[in-house]
Design a protein around this ligand. Sequence first.
Ligand code: DON
Length: 309
Amino acid sequence: MTSHNVDYQKILNQINQEYIDQPRSGKVASYIPELAKVPSTKYGMHLYDLEGNNYSFGDSKERFSIQSISKVFTLSLAMKAMGDKLWNRVGVEPSGDPFNSLSQLENDSGIPRNPFINAGALVVADVLVSSFSNAKAALLTFLREITGNQEIDFDPVVAASEQSEGYRNYAIVNYLKSFGNIENDVEEVLDFYFHQCSIAMSCKELANAFIIFANNGTTIGSEREFLTGRQVKRVNALMQTCGFYDEAGEFSFEVGLPGKSGVGGGIVAVHPDRFAVAVWSPPLNPKGNSALGMASLERLTTLTGFSIF
Ligand code: DON
């Protein structure tokens, strides 16, 4: 069955109808004070296919805080900047631990298990601070180029809000530095990290940005290659095995696509050679992933028959 046989809009409408009036389970993240202000009822989804078609429902055009979804973009940039040397500083194994855990770092001598847990993303942030004279500008340039959208930006209020309560990330980066796995000043690394997490994007913009991971590293339409096929294979493998922290197995089991979540309630997933899809619903399950987002993506792969397994 090709995507031409599947009516994506009809399937999205069905998912919306099934869930829009259901009571939301889970809790909106409150450890970043600004995120606690986002209404729990927000719900949107956007699917962008390789033919360039757009399908959506609900609050799919409203921007929200992408949080850990940004780790996919920073990993991509660090792979381009550092090549295979990156893997001397961060591993490629699922951690089976919560995203903000410090517990494995001692036994692992400061080499984080993977680039999507906070410890790994902070090493990646350090790599970018070392690689660019202005890492924040380089990240925005990358995002604006892959999407063709010049408006994508940081939300300085969210970045400051996270910094004000960021004790655990301060602890992680200091601990990494004690092992020699942070080159730069800890404040500079954290400033970059809090900014990358604060990026505001809609489901439509995220699906658009992630289409390169469904298309061998190349944008559609303009056909610009940002990553090699080998790099995309690796990013997708890491999303599949580590994108949902200690719920990566469950996401593979239920949804069956590579993806990445954020505590703003967003999830993006890709079907290589078919589509990129983003969903947003702020209440999180106990593992820190959007409860309704996961359920909606499970329905998508069930109703379309399109998972990678
Ligand atoms: O480091 C933090 O705690 C947040 N800026 C990002 C965490 C996040 O999104 C984890 N994902 N589900």
